[in-house]
Design a protein around this ligand. Structure first.
Ligand SMILES: O=C(O)CCC(=O)C(=O)O
Length: 263
């Protein structure tokens, strides 16, 4: 006779070893996840939205500023371009939030009820792509409890030369204080204190994905190659998460929809 495990023990996408690995290291590498047709569609949409955003200024260059008001006087060659909430600008990126392949993994990591915290496109253009310094995401967000999980996806082949993700194993276990970067003032930088030789450097193909915890220290280097590096991140949280900035629950809204709800 076969024994059916209780529902709470059924994993959707990961096996127990992968889940244990995530808990121990603070990240898990999935590899190729999105098929090439979807990648092609998302690339077109990504390029269209960045072209539009350049026209009307609704994007940020994190190499200069963390607001949408780009001050051209402070212009730099470096570009770490960000569009927040692609899901509010594009039906295709909105649909991606509900992609079963992604949500099944998120469910294995944070549980059956999943709300969007936010999404973002992070674009390092060829030749000029700026770095994102070492940081823990929750140093920006200050969410409580710190149980958020990010799915970082690539729309191009990504390796160390064009901006690969660097992750510091086990760093999610200890939240650390961050300083603003002296270089941009727009980004946090914990870099001096990281032993980068311990970092995992993750190559991914176009359509690849990794998941990391919101306290995992991570970094991406500049892109000085002639290849673009287009990435997209979905930050998931369990409902009931609070902002430590306001003490308030992060309520369900158009910008913060429930993506999956089972209980
Ligand atoms: O895409 C990048 O280069 C940086 C990603 C990142 O820092 C993040 O997802 O928090």
């Amino acid at each position: 006779m076969t024994t059916v495990p209780p529902v709470t023990q059924l994993h959707k996408a990961l096996d127990q070893e992968q889940i244990d690995q995530f808990r121990r290291r603070g990240y898990i590498i999935i590899g190729k996840l999105l098929d090439d047709d979807l990648v092609a569609l998302l690339r077109d949409e990504y390029d269209r939205l960045f072209a539009e955003a350049r026209q009307d200024g609704r994007f940020r260059n994190l190499s200069i500023s963390d607001t949408d008001d780009l001050d051209e006087k402070n212009s730099t060659d470096e570009q770490m371009l960000q569009i927040m909430q692609m899901c509010e600008r594009s039906i295709h990126f909105r649909q991606l939030l509900y992609d079963t392949r992604i949500l099944d993994i998120a469910e294995d990591l944070i549980g059956p009820n999943i709300q969007l915290f936010h999404d973002q496109a992070l674009y390092k253009p060829a030749h000029h792509g700026g770095p994102v310094f070492w940081h823990q995401d929750n140093a920006y967000w200050k969410c409580m409890p710190a149980n958020l999980v990010s799915c970082w996806m690539t729309l191009d082949d990504v390796d160390v030369t064009n901006g690969a993700m660097h992750l510091l194993p086990e760093s999610h276990l200890t939240p650390v204080g961050h300083e603003r970067s002296e270089q941009t003032n727009a980004l946090l930088d914990y870099g001096d204190q990281v032993d980068a030789t311990q970092a995992a450097v993750i190559d991914l193909p176009a359509g690849g994905a990794l998941f990391h915890h919101c306290q995992t220290l991570h970094y991406t280097p500049p892109n000085q190659t002639d290849r673009q590096r287009r990435a997209f991140v979905i930050h998931f949280m369990p409902p009931g998460t609070r902002s430590a900035h306001t003490g308030q629950f992060l309520e369900v809204s158009f910008g913060r929809p429930m993506l999956r709800m089972r209980v």
